[in-house]
Write a protein that binds this ligand. Sequence first.
Ligand code: HEC
Length: 411
Amino acid sequence: MMIRRRYLLHLTLWIPVAIIWLMPAAAQCRQAAPLPEGEGKDLVEARCTSCHNTGAITRSGGFDSPEEWRAVSASMMPLPEDEADIIANYLAAHFPARTERHPTLVDGPVQVDITEWLVPTLGQRSRDPIEALDGAIWWTGMWASLVGRLDPVTGEMKEYPLPPSARPHSIVPDDEGYIWYTGNSNGTIGKLDPETGEITEYETEAGDPHTAIFHPNGKLYFTSQRAAMLGRLDPATGELIEVDTEPRPYGIVIAQDGTVWVAYNGTNKLGAVDPATLEITYFTVPDPRTRIRRLGIDSEGMVWFVNSSLGRIGVLNPETGAVKQWDSPSGPTSHPYSLAVINDKIWYNESGMRPDALVRFDPETESFQSWAIPSGVGIIRHTWVTRDGDLLIHQSSSNRVGRVRIRDIVN
Ligand code: HEC
């Protein structure tokens, strides 16, 4: 069934509403923690707990200098100078850098240039950047229920408000210039017309669309994590079909042969979905503790994945079902999260580390190389490969979207 609703939206009206209403609920998954006594404690409690509780600070990687804490605070919210000073001094005194969360960075032959942009609305948890047909970079700000457009040449940005209850988890462009989003909180797949700001919504049965991708057949395939369902929407007809699947389907990609591959964050499996029948063939990854967030396909059709719960990356041969895995440089708590394959090299991040680390794995030499993400206060949750072979990244806490230019070695 398809339900269409249309919205004409006014940015200035909806952004504050979205921030006040939607953030605390989303932040409840983190436990509050008591703060040590000292000048600045009250101010931190007053200013820094409207979007998340104190646990975000006590469990963070910490920083040694007030300057670094000041920069982090500034990427969270605007503060008057005197308050910013008191907060930064207090946090540096009580929450210095915790070396156990530092990534193990590995040197190597490849050079990267990382550019990051601070998005306009703070606290939106910018994520899941994509490249549109015209070369613009789009992202979604889940906690402020918006999508944004960045011109990477001029740095100019524009934010488009979505229905406040949508809280888009992920976005994907189509071939006609529309931006499609997964309305994770209002159970819709939405289509934004960037020219007019007009939005068309398709209501799902699952209720929590998570990640979506277009198939060469023109249809949109998506996961719904909590509902444990997979969906397919045909934009041409509005037909929407959903099927049950294993717990917590997460990342979704399309292989060259048209198979739709799904990663599971609730079980140690990968799923191969027939795009026509939605029939799913499951492949088991050894160790029941395995949880997989994202995956990618190389030129041979091998399925690469992050083993987030065990701090590994791995590859599945769909012909034989054989799986091979490697420990990520920062070890079992490194929590590899996003993944992309570029020229048969594997790019992922160690989201459990602070700073978040970008890692390149070369399957030929079985060697790693890694870099600290400059504003690395947060997590890359999803990446995108541009037509030029750049990797689009983001940091959800520091409100950045970024681009990684890769000067790879020529074999
Ligand atoms: C407008 C909303 C907002 C306010 C106000 C806010 N934050 Fe945050 N903060 C966020 C969001 C969003 C995240 C990311 C949460 C996530 O991705 O799970 C975050 C995460 C963090 C993290 C965790 C980073 C990590 O290592 O993962 C720290 C530290 C932090 N905030 C510090 C602060 C401090 C200090 C203040 C007060 C000066 C503050 N925040 C106020 C929105 C806010």
